[in-house]
Design a protein around this ligand. Structure first.
Ligand code: ADE
Ligand code: ZN
Length: 346
């Protein structure tokens, strides 16, 4: 760490950290069900008399051993969300939480597999309910939500095609992208090229999880085989500087989720996380929470932790928010409105 950064960290007082925590924030990478507070899921499970008690620890938080088990617990928690109304209630809870954290614009991964089993007509009903709830939250809190349809990698390429069809059929001002999540260790990015091509042809913007668990080759595959313009995580690109430089040259934006990476053990601690190194080498990095209650994090916590660890001050974090606004999949009018809210005077 250079002397200037060391000094910046030493000079940070509570007042500055408070200002940093309160910055308006643009968050590009959240999984909708992964934002569900455990108390919300437990309440819904009790209402519907579904026993998912194994998904929780005694203190009520989510319980899982590792990433693959996390995905299982995630799907168990999601199993209590049955109707469009359940998803609307979730949307209200999620956006209230995000707005409290100063998020002014959020993109979230939505899965037709969980909303009507991949059927286009059913998906439209779920989407309608979610959008209605998001409009109410926008009027109440000023937060803007947009959806990215997500194929789930470990569900396989055939399901991904159905998911992409749901995405293509509902592409527009609100469903703005396709972004694959799920178990990165299953299959190859190129197995999903058909789904991504369909989405691209429908005018959707593209992102995929890569380089969270696998290395630089996976990140290159995402760019070359799926032609994505953003990457979820991408952080393991750091193990090959040529890949890092490719990301910088092609202006690929990374949706980095530092708290998630540390909690899941991708890196042992935040000070060993490559986000600052990637930024310094010219990669467009942004900051998100992924699945905040699962990883015991919030956007406020992320910002304060980055400030304390890397000396990121208001100027750097505002710059990162502007990068995120620039890479957001929304239309230009929405982007201009976000950028205006990021100006210190507003
Ligand atoms: N689904 C929910 N969270 C995820 C993550 N961090 N990586 C891949 N798939 C996910
Ligand atoms: Zn993710």
């Amino acid at each position: 760490m250079d002397e200037e950064t060391r000094q910046r960290i030493a000079d940070m007082d509570e007042e500055q950290l408070h200002r940093i925590a309160n910055l308006p924030k643009v968050e590009l990478h959240t999984h909708f069900e992964g934002c569900a507070p455990p108390v919300f899921i437990r309440g819904l499970a009790a209402e519907k008399k579904i026993d998912i008690s194994k998904a929780f620890k005694a203190d009520g938080s989510y319980a899982y051993r590792d990433f693959v088990h996390f995905l299982e617990v995630y799907e168990a928690a999601t199993s209590v969300l049955k109707t469009p109304e359940d998803f609307a209630r979730l949307c209200t809870a999620v956006l209230e939480q995000s707005a409290e954290n100063g998020v002014i614009y959020q993109e979230t991964f939505l899965s037709p597999d969980f909303c009507g089993g991949g059927d286009v007509a059913a998906w439209r009903e779920y989407l309608h309910a979610i959008q209605e709830a998001a409009s109410v939250a926008e009027r109440a809190h000023g937060i803007v939500l947009r959806g990215i349809v997500t194929p789930i990698r470990h569900f396989g390429p055939d399901k991904a095609k159905r998911t992409a069809l749901c995405a293509a059929e509902t592409a527009g001002d609100w469903i703005v992208g396709l972004g694959m999540g799920g178990d990165e260790n299953k299959g190859k990015q190129r197995d999903f090229a058909y789904a991504f091509d369909m989405a691209r042809e429908a005018g959707l913007r593209l992102t995929t999880h890569a380089g969270e668990w696998r290395g630089p080759e996976e990140v290159r595959d995402a760019v070359n085989d799926l032609r994505v313009e953003r990457i979820g995580h991408g952080v393991r690109a750091i193990y090959d500087l040529a890949t890092v430089d490719m990301l910088a040259e092609r202006e690929i934006t990374l949706e980095v989720c530092p708290g998630s990476n540390v909690f899941l053990g991708v890196f042992p601690s935040l000070d060993q996380h490559p986000i600052d190194q990637l930024r310094r080498r010219g990669v467009k990095v942004t900051v998100s929470t992924d699945d905040p209650p699962f990883f015991h994090t919030t956007m406020r916590d992320e910002y304060v932790n980055l400030a304390k660890t890397f000396g990121w001050d208001e100027a750097i974090l505002t710059d990162i928010n502007k990068t995120a606004a620039g890479a957001a999949f929304c239309d230009q009018t929405t982007r201009d409105a976000i950028l205006k809210k990021l100006e210190p005077s507003s």
